[in-house]
Design a protein around this ligand. Structure first.
Ligand code: 2AM
Ligand code: CA
Length: 263
């Protein structure tokens, strides 16, 4: 498959940083003996990956702004374009040697995300999307699942992290959704959860309190695969609120309805 010049830049950067993360994952097993060791090591791996991404992306597109999970905001001279980058989404999984983590790169032009790459170096799954051109997993075109009923759907979710988020609300949401779906899943990487909805593996997904770098690329992925994405209101912008609900049009609508009842 022939990629655009922009997509070539993004894929190359993701693959190089991915090689670094994969090497570091191999080291994690050796560090499991020490409690403090792995956390510090992962934080270093994370920063290293972000610096590689910044170096590659800013070299290929000088002047674009850069917002990364680790390094904060780096202003560019070109005020219309901004990279939104998570060098390691699914940090907890990575720390535990669970191969469900990814690099997520989104490119914003003005207020719209126009390109996204999500790459899991552990299994070499590469998701790409460009606005108006569709979404692809390892160059196969993606389409969201077609299931119309929640009771035949597998739905993914996120849960509040230690010391953060609203636990009572999360329990209520789980209690409402769980008995109505074929299966509920919690995989721990928002970027890969969105990618899995785009790929039709999950029929839907919701999570609260996320950051733009967790979801920028994934939102585009779902939309380009024909899915619907919003915040908790059903028509609001998840990049602005940090809350996300998605699926095909029907499943998205059902999830919005259910989660509204909870609140
Ligand atoms: P991260 O691994 O890059 O931190 C898991 O539910 C999702 O929430 C992941 O995408 C994770 O991204 C994100 N997340 C956001 N804030 C978090 C936090 N404080 N602790 C753990 N995960 C967090
Ligand atoms: Ca993240």
């Amino acid at each position: 498959m022939i990629h655009s010049a922009l997509m070539n830049v993004m894929v190359k950067a993701a693959r190089r940083a991915g090689r670094s993360l994969k090497r570091d994952l191999g080291e994690i097993e050796n560090l499991q003996v020490s409690m403090k060791g792995p956390a510090n090591f992962v934080s270093a791996a994370d920063k290293r990956a972000e610096e590689m991404l910044y170096a590659d992306l800013s070299k290929a597109r000088p002047g674009y702004g850069f917002v990364g999970e680790e390094g904060g905001v780096r202003e560019g001279t070109d005020k219309t374009h901004t990279w939104i980058v998570d060098p390691l989404d699914g940090t907890t999984n990575f720390l535990h040697g669970i191969p469900q983590f990814a690099i997520s790169i989104g490119l914003k032009r003005d207020d719209a995300v126009i390109a996204g790459v999500i790459y899991n170096p552990a299994n070499d799954e590469l998701y790409i999307a460009e606005r108006g051109k569709g979404a692809f997993l390892n160059d196969h075109r993606l389409r969201v699942a077609g299931r119309k009923q929640l009771n035949e759907s597998v739905i993914a979710c996120g849960l509040p992290h230690l010391g953060r988020g609203d636990l009572v609300l999360a329990h209520k949401e789980l209690g409402t959704v769980m008995p109505r779906v074929a299966g509920l899943r919690r995989f721990g990487s928002a970027a890969l959860d969105l990618a899995a909805v785009a790929a039709g593996r999950f029929d839907g997904y919701w999570e609260r309190d996320l950051q733009p770098w967790d979801i920028a690329a994934g939102i585009l992925m779902v939309r380009e695969a024909g899915g619907t994405v919003s915040g908790m209101l059903g028509n609001d912008d998840p990049l602005a609120t940090g809350d996300v609900i998605c699926g095909n049009e029907m499943i998205h609508r059902e999830l919005v309805k259910l989660l509204k009842i909870v609140n």
